[in-house]
Ligand binder design. Structure first.
Ligand SMILES: Nc1ncnc2c1ncn2[C@@H]1O[C@H](COP(=O)(O)OP(=O)(O)OP(=O)(O)O)[C@@H](O)[C@H]1O
Length: 271
């Protein structure tokens, strides 16, 4: 990662504090900094509550940061997100499409929102590619979890985004379909030259797809590197074991990551 490479995503000192009625101030994301070069696939790992979804929401401009800066394709997502949104997309199994609309109606609405010139042709192409052609006339609310995941991916690829943000892209898919979808995403990204930023709990998926990984804990980047680099630094055989080491390590004093976060600060060029 050289400083001269154009950055698809550039996050600097990003912090999000929620005012929670029961818990008081909750620092979900704490002075997070990272960048993703154009054309890279980078994974965001972390246990439950580590701050992944909050980070993705700020990347998409859906949540305002408390402090810090987030740029996607050079656009400040707080001030000008409309300038980047047409060139981005997002898929998450946790965000439902309107239930009563059929899959075709849903995809058509989004195709118009993205201003596609030939929506029907693009929908037919993606329906074929993602094997959802047989689902097009079904209400979105009546799909199985795995079918919803594939439809959500079709929605996310409608505008052939330059930056694709994925939350658990293969959740609910059986191993065979999951493997096929990962292959499809790899091929699509290569062809498009797109940047993919994905949060996942599936370590094998991250090892296969991602050239770099950020591991979050307590709202901070606890460590980062290539999957191979992390595996060898921790003296492990898989990313899953690295993840378990980090998840099970005691937090710093006061329960914060202050003393333990950024284990990878040894390499400033890695930022
Ligand atoms: N709207 C909110 N109000 C208050 N606290 C919140 C809110 N959203 C998230 N949090 C808190 O912020 C922290 C980070 O949550 P976040 O959803 O970003 O984690 P995550 O890494 O995506 O977790 P998971 O893997 O379980 O989805 C958690 O402590 C969570 O309870």
């Amino acid at each position: 990662m050289t400083p001269r490479e154009p950055r698809a995503i550039d996050v600097e000192n990003l912090t999000k504090i929620f005012d929670d009625r029961k818990r008081g101030r909750v620092t979900a994301v704490d002075a997070l900094s990272f960048e993703v070069p154009q054309g890279a696939t980078v994974g965001l790992l972390g246990g439950n509550g580590a701050g992944k979804t909050t980070t993705l929401s700020m990347l998409l401009g859906l949540l305002l940061p408390t402090t810090g800066r987030v740029r996607v394709l050079g656009v400040d997502m707080v001030r000008d997100r409309h300038k980047a949104l047409a060139r981005m997309n997002f898929s998450s199994p946790y965000v439902d499409l309107p239930h009563r609309l059929t899959v075709r109606e849903n995809l058509t609405v989004y195709a118009h929102l993205y201003g596609l010139s030939r929506p029907a042709a693009r929908i037919a192409e993606l329906a074929r590619d993602l094997d959802v052609a047989g689902l097009l006339e079904r209400p979105a609310g009546k799909l199985s979890a795995g079918q919803k995941t594939r439809v959500a991916l079709a929605k996310a690829l409608l505008n052939d985004p330059l930056v694709l943000i994925l939350d658990e892209p293969t959740a609910s898919l059986d191993p065979d379909t999951g493997d096929w979808v990962r292959g499809y995403l790899e091929e699509w990204r290569r062809r498009r030259g797109a940047t993919v930023f994905l949060a996942s709990h599936n370590m094998a998926e991250v090892e296969r797809l991602c050239e770099a990984v950020l591991i979050m804990r307590g709202g901070r980047v606890h460590d980062r590197g290539t999957p191979n680099d992390l595996v060898s630094r921790y003296g492990r055989v898989s990313l899953e074991e690295v993840f378990l080491d980090i998840a099970r390590a005691a937090p710093g004093p006061g329960g914060s990551e202050a003393s333990g976060g950024e284990a990878a600060q040894r390499s400033p060029s890695d930022r």
